[in-house]
Design a protein around this ligand. Structure first.
Ligand SMILES: Nc1ncnc2c1ncn2[C@@H]1O[C@H](COP(=O)(O)OP(=O)(O)OP(=O)(O)O)[C@@H](O)[C@H]1O
Ligand SMILES: [Mg+2]
Length: 373
C-alpha cells in the first residue's frame, strides 16, 4: 500500500478518541501529521499557523460534541475565518436530526466514531471535492484576469486608433482645407463652375471632418476626459433620447471625489451597454438614470419600464453584454445587481469603489487630440 501524507487538524477533547482516529488513518494508509486542539483560540492559531494558507492543513476532523467547543462552534469558527478546508464530523451520536443539522451547517461529512471504516473513503472524497473547488476557483480567477486584460487591450487599441485618426487624418484634412481656401481665393469669379466645384470639395472635406470627429467620439468620448464621467453620461443620454425618442432624465449627486480614468471609462462602457440593451430588448418608453459620486465609490443605476428580463435571459450562452458589465465591475471589486419584474421593466445597478488615481497611468486622450477642429 502506498503511504499518503496527510496534514490533519483534529478538533477533539478526548485524547482516547483522538488516538483511535489516528490509528484508523494509519491503517487506511495515511502518514498523518496532526495537531489536536479543543478550544477556539488554539484552533484560530492553528488555522493561521506559520502564515501558510489555511495553516497548511488539508482537512479538519472534528468531534461532534453537543456541548463545549468541539462541534458546530468549531465549524462556525472556521467559516467565520473564511477558511475553506474539507471538514468532517466524527461522533457517537447517530440521531438523524443531528446528522442533518450538521450537514446543513456546512460539514462535508458525518462519521460514526464507533465504526470508523468510512473514515478513509470519506477523507478521499472530501479531498477530491476540495481539489475540484480549488481548480474551479483558479480557473475562474484566470478567466477574470484574461477578461479584464482583454478590456484593457481594447481600450488601449481604441486610444491608439484615436491618436492615429487625429494625427494622420487630421493633418491631411487640415492641409486639404487650407489648399482649397488658397485655390478659392485665386479662382476667377467669372468662372462660376470652378467656384462651385471648389465649394463642393470644401463641403466634402467638412463632412469628412465631422465623421472623423464622430469616430473619435465613439472611440474615446472627449467629454469624458475634459469634463468627467457625469458629463459624459449626460451627453450619452441626450444622444440616446435623440436617437430613440425615449425620455432619459438623469439624477446626479456629486460629492466631488476624484474618479480614476480607468473607472471613468469602465462606467462609460457599462452605461453604453445598458442603453444598447434597452434599445435592443426592452421596448421601453421611459428610462431613468441615477449617477452618484460618493465617498465610498460611484453608483450608476439605470431603470427602464420595458418588458423585463428573467434568469434565462441573463444566462443566454451567446450574450456577453451583461457578463461584460459583471466582469468590469468585478475588476474594481465592485458590485452589480439586476432586478426585474416581467412586463414592468428592469433595473441594472453597479457600484464601483474609488481607486487611487495614478497620473502616470492616465489612459485619456491629451487635451489637444480630443477633436480634429
Ligand atoms: N433592459 C433590458 N430589458 C429587457 N431585456 C433585457 C434587457 N437587458 C438585457 N436583456 C435580456 O438579457 C439578455 C442578455 O443581455 P446581454 O447584454 O448579456 O446580451 P445581448 O444584448 O443579447 O448580446 P450582446 O452580447 O450583444 O450584449 C438579452 O438578450 C435580453 O434578452
Ligand atoms: Mg447586450
Amino acid at each position: 500500500m502506498t503511504v499518503k501524507k496527510l496534514r490533519v487538524l483534529l478538533v477533539e477533547a478526548s485524547p482516547e478518541d483522538a488516538g483511535r482516529t489516528l490509528a484508523k488513518l494509519e491503517q487506511g494508509g495515511y502518514a498523518v501529521e496532526h495537531l489536536r486542539v479543543d478550544n477556539a483560540p488554539a484552533m484560530q492559531a492553528a488555522l493561521a499557523g506559520n502564515g501558510r494558507p489555511e495553516g497548511g492543513w488539508e482537512i479538519v476532523l472534528c468531534s461532534h460534541d453537543p456541548s463545549g467547543f468541539c462541534g458546530l462552534a468549531a465549524l462556525r469558527l472556521m467559516q467565520a475565518e473564511g477558511v475553506d478546508l474539507p471538514f468532517l464530523f466524527l461522533s457517537h451520536d447517530l440521531r438523524e436530526e443531528t446528522i442533518i443539522h450538521a450537514i446543513q451547517s456546512g460539514a462535508g461529512g458525518y462519521i460514526f466514531k464507533d465504526s470508523l471504516s468510512r473514515l478513509a473513503p470519506a477523507i478521499e472524497h472530501s479531498l477530491r471535492e476540495a481539489r475540484i473547488r480549488r481548480e474551479h476557483r483558479a480557473a475562474q480567477l484566470a478567466l477574470r484576469e484574461l477578461s479584464s486584460h482583454i478590456q484593457d487591450v481594447r481600450e488601449q487599441e481604441r486610444l491608439h486608433i484615436a491618436h492615429d485618426i487625429h494625427d494622420d487624418m487630421g493633418g491631411t484634412l487640415t492641409a486639404i482645407k487650407l489648399d482649397i481656401a488658397w485655390l478659392s481665393e485665386r479662382l476667377d469669379a467669372q468662372n462660376p463652375e470652378l467656384v462651385a466645384k471648389a465649394k463642393g470639395i470644401e463641403a466634402l472635406v467638412d463632412r469628412c471632418i465631422a465623421s472623423a470627429n464622430n469616430i473619435l467620439r465613439t472611440l474615446r468620448p472627449s467629454v469624458l476626459d475634459s469634463f468627467g464621467i457625469i458629463a459624459a453620461i449626460e451627453m450619452e443620454a441626450e444622444e440616446f433620447e435623440k436617437r430613440t425618442g425615449i425620455s432619459c432624465p438623469i439624477n446626479q449627486v456629486d460629492e466631488g471625489m476624484e474618479i480614476s480614468p480607468d473607472t471613468s471609462i469602465a462606467l462609460f462602457r457599462i452605461f453604453q451597454e445598458m442603453l444598447t440593451n434597452i434599445m435592443k430588448h426592452a421596448k421601453a418608453s421611459q428610462v431613468t438614470v441615477d449617477i452618484a459620486n460618493r465617498k465610498d465609490g460611484v453608483d450608476l443605476i439605470v431603470s427602464d419600464n420595458g418588458r423585463g428580463l428573467n434568469e434565462a435571459d441573463r444566462l443566454k450562452p451567446r450574450s456577453f453584454g451583461l457578463r461584460g458589465i459583471q466582469e468590469r465591475v468585478a475588476h474594481f471589486n465592485g458590485e452589480m445587481r439586476i432586478s426585474s419584474t416581467p412586463g414592468q421593466g428592469t433595473t441594472v445597478a453597479v457600484h464601483i469603489p474609488h481607486t487611487p488615481v495614478n497620473p502616470a497611468a492616465d489612459g485619456s486622450l491629451p487635451q489637444s487630440q480630443r477633436t480634429l477642429f
